[in-house]
Unconditional design. Structure first.
Length: 250
């Protein structure tokens, strides 16, 4: 399906997001019916950052999560990383408009290869980011590595959760309405088709819990938001990565 894309623009890569950056925020607002802001707010609050915290937003894109972190506490410092220059450019404009340049710093970077010392951040978050990482487990390990022991890693993702009351309706929405509407508004149909296929390919919550435990996180929160339209996972970094993490997962 993506044969027309160059190697660099593999589905989900920063190059692919360059192509949809200009209308990314608008499409988000419309397709989520404005709920995306509340989902981000909920995920950021779940980090339970201490005072004078340092936080990392992985796959920051146009910086909505980074800005939300900065707006929830006056004394927090946020770094956002993303591989897409166009998404970051828009994010930087928003940070400047919000007069938050002193507290929000956006940098080029990838989840699988974070260029920070271990145990650097009080909280690490990624909203609709980890799904795009070529090595998802590696990305989660990296996010955990740079988190202080006792700190939290929050993941906000869209996934096809089975057995929910409104599951069939939500599946219809993500499988049919999202690619159609997203493609129409952004004029990049293939990219929004990717969104749907990547949502379908995302691990079920139980599988993702195992991945979290293997990375050294204790699963603290795992819950659907808005009837499963998206999912919030929060893990707390334990002192040491458990050697039997895979085996002990439920
Ligand atoms: C759906 S957007 C999410 C942006 C933002 N977190 C938000 O809340 O709107 C996904 C982002 O993941 C970024 N991305 C793609 N591959 C990545 C990787 N390997 N590591 C980190 N970010 C990546 C893309 O450039 C894009 O900005």
């Amino acid at each position: 399906m993506f044969a027309f894309l160059t190697q660099e623009a593999r589905p989900g890569s920063g190059a692919m997001f360059d192509a949809i950056a200009r209308r990314y925020d608008l499409v988000n607002r419309i397709m989520s019916l404005g709920l995306d802001r509340w989902w981000r707010r909920t995920a950021v609050a779940a980090l339970k950052l201490p005072t004078r915290a340092r936080a990392l937003d992985v796959a920051t894109g146009t910086a909505d999560v980074a800005l939300e972190i900065a707006s929830q506490a006056d004394d927090v410092e946020v770094i956002g990383v993303d591989p897409s220059p166009r998404m970051l450019e828009i994010g930087r404009t928003k940070v400047t408009d919000a007069e938050l340049n002193g507290r929000v710093d956006l940098r080029t970077g990838e989840a699988e290869n974070l260029t920070f010392e271990s145990d650097t951040f009080d909280g690490v978050i990624s909203a609709w980011g980890i799904r795009n990482a070529a090595d998802r487990a590696g990305a989660l390990r990296e996010m955990t590595r740079v988190t202080n022991p006792g700190g939290r890693v929050a993941i906000l993702e869209s996934l096809e959760a089975p057995g929910l009351l409104l599951g069939p309706m939500i599946r219809f929405y993500t499988r049919t309405v999202v690619p159609f509407l997203g493609g129409l508004i952004s004029r990049r149909k293939q990219e929004y088709q990717y969104l749907q296929t990547s949502i379908a390919a995302f691990p079920k919550p139980e599988e993702f819990h195992m991945m979290m435990r293997s990375a050294g996180l204790q699963v603290e929160v795992s819950k659907p938001l808005t009837f499963g339209a998206c999912w919030l996972f929060v893990g707390r970094k334990t002192a040491e990565v458990p050697s039997d993490a895979e085996g002990s997962a439920s």
